[in-house]
Design a protein around this ligand. Structure first.
Ligand code: ZN
Length: 171
């Protein structure tokens, strides 16, 4: 069990599609455990392997009290639309309105190679789309309304100009 460094936007590994897992061994289980620890520590609601500089097509999600591990996930169906604020552990501190499908159905395998199917609506559907995008080398900022990108400290920055300057350098 370990907390791993999370890769930030600009690192090329976030743009490289991940590779399907073939070996369902103890190493895979350990990696999924480390990803869960890292996600909880951040804290976040999802983490894809390329966010910790790995190439496996795996992700973890924790939404609405549900812990989900997806190995080699495939999006099989989406429907409807929703628009809400979205953020990412690899774009730390920022969020922006992002349009997604309202419902999503994913098939995948668990850590032992058994088939799983996850169907979600609302926030879970958003998380599924966000994580599967990561695994294909896409990041939510590709879809978000970037003119409405906000930093979590935006309201405070009015009083703290120095800090705001630092943050602008980070973009
Ligand atoms: Zn993300």
């Amino acid at each position: 069990m370990a907390i791993l460094p999370i890769v930030q936007l600009g690192d090329p590994i976030l743009r490289i599609p991940t590779i399907p897992v073939r070996r369902f061994d103890r190493t895979l289980g350990h990696l999924l455990d480390d990803m869960t620890d890292t996600m909880r520590d951040a804290p976040g609601v999802g983490l894809a392997a390329n966010q910790i500089a790995r190439t496996e097509r795996i992700c973890v999600i924790e939404v609405e009290g549900r812990h989900i591990e997806l190995v080699n996930p495939v999006m099989v169906r989406t429907s409807g639309t929703q628009s809400d604020l979205e953020g990412c552990l690899s774009v730390e501190g920022y969020y922006a309105p992002t349009t997604r499908a309202l419902k999503a159905v994913v098939t995948a395998m668990d850590r032992r190679g058994r088939p799983v199917r996850v169907s979600g609506a609302g926030f879970l559907a958003r998380a599924l789309q966000h994580e599967l995008d990561h695994l294909d080398g896409r990041i939510y900022v590709d879809l978000a309304e970037m003119d409405r990108l906000r930093h979590v400290d935006d309201e405070r920055d009015d009083e703290q100009d120095d800090e705001q300057d630092d943050e602008e350098d980070d973009r």
